[in-house]
Design a protein around this ligand. Sequence first.
Ligand code: FAD
Ligand code: SF4
Length: 338
Amino acid sequence: MKPFTFGRAQTVPEALSLIGPGGAFLAGGTNLVDHLRLGIRQVDTLVDIRRLDLTRITATEGGGLRIGALVRNSDLAAHPLIRQRYLFVAEALLSGASGQIRNMATTGGNLLQRTRCVYFQDLTTPCNKREPGSGCAAQDGFGRYNAVLGTSEACVAVHPSDLCVPLAAVDAEVLVEGPSGPRRIPFAEFHRLPGDHPQLDTTLRPAELIVAVELPPLPLAQHSAYRKVRERASYAFALVSVAAALRVESGQVADVRIALGGAAHRPWRAAVAEAALLGQPATADAFTAAITAELAPARTGPHNAYKLPLIRNTVVAVLEELRDGTTARRRAEQGGEG
Ligand SMILES: Cc1cc2nc3c(=O)[nH]c(=O)nc-3n(C[C@H](O)[C@H](O)[C@H](O)COP(=O)(O)OP(=O)(O)OC[C@H]3O[C@@H](n4cnc5c(N)ncnc54)[C@H](O)[C@@H]3O)c2cc1C
Ligand code: SF4
């Protein structure tokens, strides 16, 4: 590991003054420390932000929530207002990692965790995300986990976070402080598609610190669910996942939100499917047609074509459950830890 300077900040201004070029903030450390150890990431300065006063969850006007960047994943999942107002956020968090990791991992760090593409983690292979211009071993290699939407020639990796999928569905905002002051980034603009610069995961600028995530009021999210399909029942990243919320009136879709995980380089808001569903009968046929339209531009390789039927079937199953009010039964049957 390359030597670096270590600083511990007590306040946000102090964290910003310590960071400097080539620096990184240390939150829970569950992703960053692994990358430093493996040599995937090198820093000149590490600024420990764990003492900053960013650990509160507060109700905002009109029924929204502000989540401090250092709120632990386990605390967020257990918070009564999250469970009451944004159940799919709690479900997504509880489906991720293990209890021990959730006790360390933070909200801000979760948004910035890096892809689990096996080649990104393997220093012996080319990877445009780890080393820009070196190539992409995943294009012709082991492609089972590759993205199907929004890919580029440069990168086909997926975003790994569970939490970010419902955050995309609710139109969250990311609040940051940085050298040029505070700003708010709409969630849809926070994570990037790979394009020609897959080394850039987000639109966060150098030395910017996430201070909070805000969830707008969204009564619809009381009728929401998160479903994660993975290779084993616990402790695995999503092959695909779906966050959805649905309101049906007189048999027709009155309001709907859908976002996909495991599908793209960023949490994928299924805006085409949502638009196709509004005002339509809340039937399996309509759900299928809507998600099929969303997936029309998808590109697959020999190893990941299975993701298209998997996404379609999972979206339809989640929407049917929400329509029928049977989500609670599945939750009870599944039980257990992430
Ligand atoms: C074995 C294992 C299994 C896992 N399984 C899952 C899973 O199933 N689903 C899932 O979603 N996640 C999973 N994770 C990932 C885990 O959720 C992330 O590692 C965690 O959320 C990162 O948060 P952290 O606070 O530890 O971030 P850190 O590791 O401290 O930081 C991650 C990155 O974010 C930056 N950063 C952190 N906080 C801020 C901030 N406030 N402002 C600016 N930059 C910041 C750091 O500099 C670093 O670049 C797993 C992790 C492990 C180790
Ligand atoms: S898919 Fe992206 S992260 Fe994976 S090897 Fe290619 S460039 Fe690297």
